[in-house]
Design a protein. Structure first.
Length: 197
């Protein structure tokens, strides 16, 4: 009977695509606080986590759902501007708790654009996290401030009004938000976070 290499079953979270244990070990060995960003289809969660032997301890947490309940955000909580605002909220809270620096923990990297927007929010809040500027796409500023949404809404409204009503029905009917002025809503929410986080 031929003897070949034995099959070793991966850890459950690795098999499910949730944890890269090699990356995690490097992050834990650094002994620094970790900025963890996780995205689902409808929400963003940003946490500052301290690794301990008994398990991770969450020092600061921000959930995109909080934007609607506490900071006057009426639009979708799963889009790029909401991700940016959630990152900014987490970074602002961290600074208020005297957290000055952390390292980025992306885990298994899904929902790339929203995760990068949340990271940009953390960086813009003043929290020190080492990164390379090339990590962000060139148009990151206009995507986080909502001008790409305004530009698309203007184009649709002038060329295809029916499609405009259809595409932005969630903004217009459900949330009563004008997509042509979304950047103003974003800047108002940012100010609200700075004053009340």
């Amino acid at each position: 009977m031929a003897k070949g290499p034995r099959y070793r079953r991966p850890f459950r979270r690795r098999a499910e695509g949730k944890t890269n244990y090699h990356k995690r070990l490097k992050l834990l060995k650094s002994k620094k606080l970790r900025a963890v960003i996780r995205a689902s289809n409808n929400h963003i969660i940003v946490q500052i986590i301290q690794s301990k032997l008994g398990g991770d301890k969450v020092i600061v947490s921000a959930h995109s759902k909080e934007l609607t309940t506490k900071f006057g955000w009426n639009a979708n909580t799963g889009n790029i501007p909401a991700a940016y605002l959630t990152g900014f909220l987490a970074g602002t809270r961290a600074k208020k708790q005297n957290v000055q620096e952390a390292i980025l923990d992306l885990g298994i990297f899904y929902h790339r654009n929203r995760v990068l927007a949340a990271f940009k929010g953390i960086v813009n809040s003043g929290l020190e996290i080492p990164y390379n500027e090339d990590f962000f796409p060139e148009n990151i500023e206009e995507t986080v401030n909502g001008s790409h949404i305004e530009r698309y809404a203007n184009l649709l409204k002038s060329e295809e009004p029916e499609k405009y009503e259809q595409v932005f029905s969630g903004y217009l009917k459900k949330n009563n938000v004008n997509p042509l002025k979304i950047s103003k809503v974003i800047s108002n929410t940012l100010k609200h976070i700075e004053d009340n986080a």
